[in-house]
Design a protein around this ligand. Structure first.
Ligand code: C2E
Ligand code: MG
Ligand code: MG
Length: 558
């Protein structure tokens, strides 16, 4: 090579936007470019003549390097992720490509790398797609697993250790379903930033898939884990603002600790996942550190979910409907009833809807469940007495998630026709926590139901975050006060005041009120004094099979 050409070539390599290092076979470093100095923090004179192992973070086992050399000899190149240490001591992952070459007449190797932790340029980004999530720019599941295995192999005896957090956003699917994927993406990006803001600089945060994130948390002391989990829960509970709208989410977090809960990265991640599931079961918006007992419960739920799938597909007689009458509290007359689904499984016995409804929601089987409900009610209504005095109502519960489902209208339409035929009214109850997340499109669907004469009720009112401005614009006619407030009537002043306040709101917005869960005379009396119109509860009647409910209705004629 001419001197000038060689000079140009050097300048070119020196300016190349990736770190380049050339090492001889011994191996000794014989050349580094400018980017190398920038990424590693070493000046050339500090590394020239040294072995490339000065850069190593010591995280990889000898077998890792043996495999690297084998592939270099066999394929003529090696490419992969390695963990190195900067001059500052910071350990960082880099994507390294190594090729053999001849340099100044001798066999040598050229290594090119970039710092994966830094924000990469366009072509680096392309190269890193296999390891990074393009939406949040966080490491993806593959890279996280590599980090985790590397962290496990680096563990030394006596240190407190580290934990793996598995974070799953609650109700994220509703955001996607109800507001579209752009909003969903915005929420995920915010969640990613939120998680990063809670952990320390060196902790690794990754997006595993969908709304699942994971973190490797370095523990300084034994109480550290609870503290981090609490902070994480709190941070994720703050409203997220996407396109000028507030979203109230929360997260369920599972944690596992090395080495107590697992020897390998894969095992730790799996245990953290199961602990997360336990947090979901415990009611979401909380965290659980892995425990055998929780795991057992999770397995039971898994079995239950599988049984539900089978029963919904094949079994005709495991489901039936019970009816709880609702009364006019002034006259004591039955004015309607709520239909509640029951599932009796040959092995698990009777399973509460409080357990199986969330399972069906999570597994996308809520439509099949509503079909069961409608079929059951239609079968019962065959011998229903028609032309009752007044407007008798039959209430059914519908999951908010189902409102976006185009199959809902056709599924309940036969029921609607039958109810009309009887001269009754159909009421649809939707839980308050969900009604706050409905998009304008869903509200239009509800409005369309309302225009056809369906009454819309907010169930479990008082447990969510309804804003008055929002309530005013909802196509809703009835508020059902959650039974936790009714339970405190006559005992807790606070609950009396809350019930009175709800009645006040209802009056201002011209809504009807149904009190649910009335169990004692004292509660009944207080509700009457507060002028609550309607109520249901064990005091008057428990949910009952159709034939019994029918008698209640027939009594209305007397
Ligand atoms: P919900 O809609 O708030 O229904 C009222 C629940 O309170 C029923 O429980 C009822 O049995 C219970 N209850 C009524 N009066 C009293 C009382 O005085 N004391 C006490 N302690 N409890 C009382 P259930 O039948 O176990 O249903 C639980 C929840 O499952 C329902 O709450 C509803 O959200 C859901 N669910 C039930 N059936 C269906 C259904 O067909 N579809 C859907 N999507 N959800 C359903
Ligand atoms: Mg209900
Ligand atoms: Mg309720």
């Amino acid at each position: 090579m001419q001197f000038e050409q060689q000079h140009d070539f050097r300048a070119l390599v020196d300016q190349y936007p990736r770190a380049i290092m050339i090492a001889t076979k011994e191996p000794r470093i014989t050349y580094v470019n400018r980017m190398f100095r920038f990424v590693t923090g070493y000046q050339s004179n500090e590394v020239m003549g040294e072995s490339p192992s000065v850069l190593s973070a010591g995280l990889h086992a000898p077998e890792f390097y043996q495999a690297m050399w084998r592939s270099l000899a066999g394929d003529g190149r090696w490419e992969g992720l390695v963990w190195n240490r900067k001059k500052s001591g910071e350990i960082y992952p880099q994507w390294l490509s190594i090729y053999p070459m001849e340099y100044e007449g001798r066999q040598a190797y050229v290594g090119m790398f970039m710092d994966m932790g830094e924000r990469a340029g366009a072509d680096e980004r392309l190269a890193s797609l296999a390891y990074y999530d393009p939406l949040t720019e966080l490491p993806n599941r593959s890279l996280f697993q590599e980090f985790l295995e590397a962290r496990v192999s680096q563990h030394s005896r006596g240190e407190v250790g580290f934990a793996v957090l598995f974070i799953d956003l609650d109700f994220f699917k509703s955001v996607n379903d109800l507001h579209g994927h752009d909003c969903g993406d915005g929420v995920l990006k915010q969640a990613a930033m939120c998680i990063q803001s809670v952990v320390r600089e060196g902790d690794v945060v990754a997006r595993l898939s969908g709304d699942e994130f994971a973190v490797i948390v370095e523990l300084a002391g034994h109480d550290d884990l609870n503290e981090v989990c609490q902070r994480m829960n709190q941070a994720l509970r703050a409203p997220m603002i996407v396109a000028h709208r507030e979203y109230f989410l929360s997260a369920s977090i599972g944690a596992s600790v090395y080495p107590a809960h697992g020897e390998s990265g894969a095992e730790l991640l799996q245990k953290a996942d199961r602990a997360m599931y336990a947090a979901k079961l415990a009611g979401r918006a909380c965290y659980r550190v892995y425990s055998e007992a929780d795991d057992e419960q999770g397995r039971r739920e898994q079995q239950l979910a599988e049984a539900l799938t089978t029963s919904l597909k094949t079994s005709q007689d495991e489901f039936h409907v019970v009816y709880q009458p609702q009364y006019d509290l002034e006259t004591g007359r039955a004015v309607g009833m709520e239909a509640l689904l029951r599932w009796h499984h040959p092995e698990f016995g009777s399973v509460s809807p409080a357990d199986f409804v969330p399972l069906a929601e999570r597994r996308g089987q809520i439509h099949e469940m509503t079909q069961r409900l409608v079929r059951g009610i239609l079968a019962d209504l065959r011998d229903a007495p028609s032309s009752l005095p007044g407007e008798f109502r039959l209430a059914i519960n519908i999951s908010a998630r189902q409102i976006t489902d185009a199959r809902l209208g056709p599924a309940i339409s036969p029921l609607f026709s039958r109810i009309r035929e009887l001269g009754w009214l159909l009421e649809i109850e939707i839980t308050e926590t969900h009604i706050m997340h409905l998009s304008s499109q869903c509200l239009d669907t509800l409005r369309a139901f309302q225009n056809q004469g369906v009454v819309i009720a907010i169930d479990d009112f008082g447990t969510g975050y309804s804003s008055l401005a929002y309530l005013q614009n909802l196509p809703v006619q009835v508020l059902k006060i959650d039974r936790q407030f009714i339970g405190g009537l006559g005992k807790e002043n606070r609950d009396s005041r809350i019930v009175a306040a709800i009645l006040g709101i209802a009056e201002a917005l011209e809504l009807e009120v149904v009190a649910e869960g009335i169990e004692t005379d004292a509660q009944y009396q207080e509700l009457r004094e507060l002028e609550c119109q309607r109520g249901q509860g064990f005091l008057m009647a428990r949910p009952q099979p159709w034939q019994q409910a029918r008698m209640t209705i027939i009594d209305l004629y007397q």
